[in-house]
Design a protein around this ligand. Structure first.
Ligand code: GLV
Length: 321
């Protein structure tokens, strides 16, 4: 098939309906991540490709797609699965899905903050284990969020701000770091600090930045060492932002009281050491998995396809960094 719309994974029902109205034959990949061979075969000759974060879009993918390809539309706000510079060099536009998943992602981030600080997942495992128990004043004691507990938000973009709003509603003190603001600035009630100051002052550090060369291992062994003893790390952004080995060492030594991870460095592989640590909450990359949110993400990807097919700019383009 050539000049088709390739869709790597089955999208929401409404988006699948919309896809068939765009005027191109539609080729849909398999529901599980397509094998690389299948992906490269199915994308050959496509005019546009709708992909997800499980598909690696690199020179090999672009070669396989061939010269008809005009757009790669990612169904995700993150775009580290795509070699954007390589696509741009070949005149292939890239788009992502910003703005439609901020609340869902912030909700889930907050669910993870609560789950790890109030030991929700650990307590659930305890009850299910059948261990006999009676209520006790020292049982499953965790961290109170209200009363000035400091949440450090790294990345004060749309998602970081949505997380900050939730933290403010919980009477937390919110600190922020973002290179586009100066220490001392106040952004939506968030006191901006330098990164070292944020790490040193926060009880909980949550990352909300894209994975780029500049943010890879932003939270490494040195960053963790500079944090408060007994602090927490939350990552609902991308695995590579947190050095997983350094995190594991800090959880094992007790330097960190806990962590909550929705993304992993070798995703979908989860380091077996993490599975053994009670104080870490593990999620299978579901922070944006609200049903209306997923529908909006899929529809926005198709809006981008529609625009490019009509010789207009994508609605939400990604430019090379
Ligand atoms: C999900 O991880 C996304 O980037 O949208």
């Amino acid at each position: 098939m050539t000049n088709h719309l390739y869709i790597a994974r089955t999208l929401s029902d409404d988006a699948m309906g919309r896809a068939h109205e765009l005027g191109l034959p539609v080729v849909v990949g398999v529901d599980e991540p397509p094998t690389r061979e299948r992906l490269l075969a199915d994308v050959a000759g496509a005019t546009a490709a709708v992909v997800t974060l499980t598909e690696r879009v690199d020179a090999e993918f672009l070669d396989a797609a061939g010269p008809n390809l005009r757009l790669v539309a990612n169904v995700a706000v993150g775009f580290d699965n795509i070699d954007v510079a390589e696509a741009q060099r070949r005149g292939v536009a890239v788009s992502n899905t910003p703005g439609v998943l901020d609340d869902a992602t912030a909700d889930h981030t907050f669910a993870m903050i609560l789950a790890v600080t109030r030991r929700v997942a650990e307590a659930d495992r305890f009850v299910r284990s059948g261990t006999p128990w009676v209520w006790g004043p020292r049982m499953f004691v965790g961290l109170d969020l209200s009363g000035g507990t400091k949440l450090g938000v790294i990345g004060i973009g749309r998602i970081g701000r949505a997380v900050a709003r939730r933290a403010q509603a919980f009477s937390m003190t919110v600190l922020g770091y973002d290179p586009q603001y100066e220490p001392g600035d106040r952004v939506d009630g968030v006191r901006m600090l330098s990164l070292p100051d944020l790490l040193a002052e926060s009880d909980i550090v949550s990352v909300h930045v894209p994975l780029l060369p500049a943010t890879r291992h932003l939270i490494d062994a040195a960053a963790i060492a500079s944090m408060k003893d007994g602090a927490y790390v939350i990552n609902a952004a991308r695995g590579g932002i947190v050095d997983e080995k350094a995190l594991i060492a800090a959880l094992r030594s007790g330097k960190l009281a806990g962590a909550a991870l929705d993304t992993f460095e070798g995703e979908p592989h989860v380091d077996p050491e993490l599975l053994e640590i009670e104080s870490v909450v593990l999620q299978p990359h579901i922070a944006s998995a609200g049903s209306a949110t997923r529908s909006r993400m899929c529809l926005l990807a198709l809006d981008n396809v529609r625009e490019v097919l009509a010789d207009r700019e994508p609605v939400t383009p990604v430019l090379a960094h």
